[in-house]
Write a protein that binds this ligand. Structure first.
Ligand SMILES: [Zn+2]
Length: 84
């Protein structure tokens, strides 16, 4: 479990909210294509794996590893405390 602060954004941030680097790339889920692998090597995206859950971040900073979630998912986090 990570306890880092979680960042939210409506669209892909240009700068990392943590380290201010302009190295925020989309995280691609599912079975990656050959093109996706090539783009990962170039640092244009991050491959997130095949398992897709409700709390997966949408973007990641390749400089510091900070992950940013889509704004719409905020309610999933906030509505998850003591839901009997
Ligand atoms: Zn960063």
């Amino acid at each position: 479990m990570q306890e880092d602060p979680q960042y939210f954004a409506k669209r892909k941030p240009i700068k990392c909210p943590h380290c201010k680097s302009k190295t925020v790339v989309p995280i691609i889920y599912g079975l990656p294509t050959l093109e996706a692998f090539e783009n990962e090597k170039k640092g244009k995206l991050v491959l997130g794996g095949c398992v897709v859950g409700p709390f997966d971040p949408a973007w990641q900073c390749t400089s510091c590893g900070t992950q940013i979630y889509k704004e719409e998912r905020r309610s999933l986090f906030e509505g998850n405390d003591g839901n009997t």
